[in-house]
Write a protein that binds this ligand. Structure first.
Ligand code: ATP
Ligand code: MG
Length: 423
């Protein structure tokens, strides 16, 4: 039996990879404008990094990590997300001491989670994410949200919904937590086993349960927004004002929670409302966290970030039938006629490429007709035809494939001529 691709992974084939490259480039360009700089961390980390930073009680740590022991008997884990590594590196490289604050980072690369594969859910997927560390200015919250929104918008997505919430500060959260426990405790027996655990470990996450989402107690659960103290309320209002200033419309959803204990103040998600997008509509999730840098051994530092996957972004583009402007075609295809000309095109092809053109020639000994077909298939803008006779007289035939126009030019002038015509 032939060997197949592992479950939950995919090959990005030529053609599709053009789309990926375009998206990735767009993300990088945006980060440049917003002044987020790339950080590249290892694909695997000590398991402890994730159990500590993502949190023991989360789905990721409980059941989704690819954890293995290496030959030195260290427990390592393929990274399930990017924030932990970024923060580890921030601490390890003492970025908190850099003159340039806040430290604004972005990452892009594969993440690994042992999930049940379905549309929009893979075991290896690529996340693009940003982290801004060292500022507690609500303007950074708005900036981070707007960066994600701009990426989607610039790629042509229209049916977007931005949902925000505030989890408040420590005091607000504590008061809310107590109220949640009081609310769910008497009837917790009616909830799933996970929720029964959550009541003790992190009652907030009950609100995020997919199994019990229709239980009547969910709707009547105490809203975090009623527990925000003065500072938290002000902070949240500022974020909303700034988002409005940036032309980003949003909804407030008091039930939007992020799992980690470290999250506070702003939490947000961006969803696709495109028809036929499927059950999983969240494209991007993010929020503000505090205490994470300390947990990893650094000084108390506020942070905010988001993560989105390219897979779901592409699914949204497909649902909205957005055609990305993928540049097709090559500048010049070299067609040869005769043995000497054939040999000569080897060097000539190299010269064209060295001069900056995308260029190709035949490698299958095709007849001239077959070579022209190949030129068509590669969407060549120009075809240069060189026969043994032309070679003798230092000439070459240049055909503009769009207009059909043909001219004989001197072989030495090919590069200059192409430069002139392609400009
Ligand atoms: P979900 O509720 O869909 O499981 P999550 O809370 O696990 O999402 P995060 O950890 O916040 O997701 O990751 C941020 C983003 O990464 C998600 O909004 C989604 O776009 C993407 N993402 C998460 N898991 C996967 C996956 N298995 N395959 C593809 N994309 C994913
Ligand atoms: Mg998940």
């Amino acid at each position: 039996m032939s060997i197949q691709i592992p479950r939950g992974t995919q090959d990005i084939l030529p053609g599709q990879s053009d789309i990926w490259q375009l998206i990735e480039q767009k993300a990088r360009d945006l980060c440049k404008k917003y002044q987020y700089r790339e950080i590249r961390t290892p694909i695997f980390e000590h398991t402890e990094l994730f159990t500590r930073s993502v949190g023991d009680s989360t789905d990721i740590v409980q059941k989704e990590m690819y954890t293995f022991e290496d030959r030195g008997e260290r427990s390592l884990t393929l990274r399930p997300e990017g924030t932990a590594s970024a923060v580890r590196s921030f601490v390890e490289n003492k970025m908190f001491g850099h003159a340039n604050q806040p430290v604004k980072l972005y990452y892009m690369g594969p993440m690994f989670r042992y999930e049940r594969p379905q549309a929009g859910r893979y075991r290896q997927f690529v996340q693009f994410g940003v982290e801004a560390l060292g500022s507690a200015d609500p303007a950074i919250d708005a900036e981070v949200i707007s960066l994600a929104v701009m990426l989607y918008r610039e790629l042509g997505l229209k049916s977007l919904k931005v949902v925000i919430n505030s989890l408040g500060d420590k005091d607000s959260r504590k008061a809310h937590r107590d109220a949640l426990v009081n609310h769910f405790q008497p009837r917790i027996g009616e909830f799933c086993a996970d929720c029964q655990n959550r009541l003790r470990t992190n009652p907030l996450r009950i609100l995020d349960c997919k199994q019990d989402r229709d239980h009547e107690l969910m709707e009547t659960a105490p809203s975090i927004l009623d527990f925000l103290n003065e500072d938290s309320r002000e902070y949240f209002l500022k974020v909303q004002k700034y988002l409005t200033d940036l032309g980003i419309s949003f909804e407030v959803d008091a039930n939007l929670v992020r799992g980690l204990d470290y999250y506070y103040h702003t939490a947000f998600e961006i969803m696709s409302e495109a028809e036929g997008f499927g059950a999983i509509t969240t494209l991007c999730g993010g929020g503000r966290y505090n205490g994470l840098v300390q947990e990893i051994g650094g000084p108390e530092t506020p942070g905010i970030g988001f993560a989105l996957s390219i897979e779901r972004l592409i699914a949204a583009l497909e649902a909205e039938k957005v055609e990305l402007p993928i540049a097709q075609g090559i500048d010049c295809y070299l067609v040869y006629l005769g043995d000497e000309a054939k040999d000569y095109t080897v060097g000539l092809l190299h010269e064209l490429r060295a001069a900056g053109f995308s260029a190709e020639r035949d490698y299958l000994d095709r007849k001239i007709k077959g070579q022209f077909k190949a030129a068509d298939r590669s969407h060549a803008k120009f075809v240069a035809v060189l026969g043994d006779d032309e070679l003798q007289t230092n000439k070459i035939n240049l055909k503009n494939m769009e207009t059909g126009e043909q001219t004989e030019i001197s072989l030495d002038s090919l590069i200059d001529k192409l430069k002139e015509l392609l400009n």
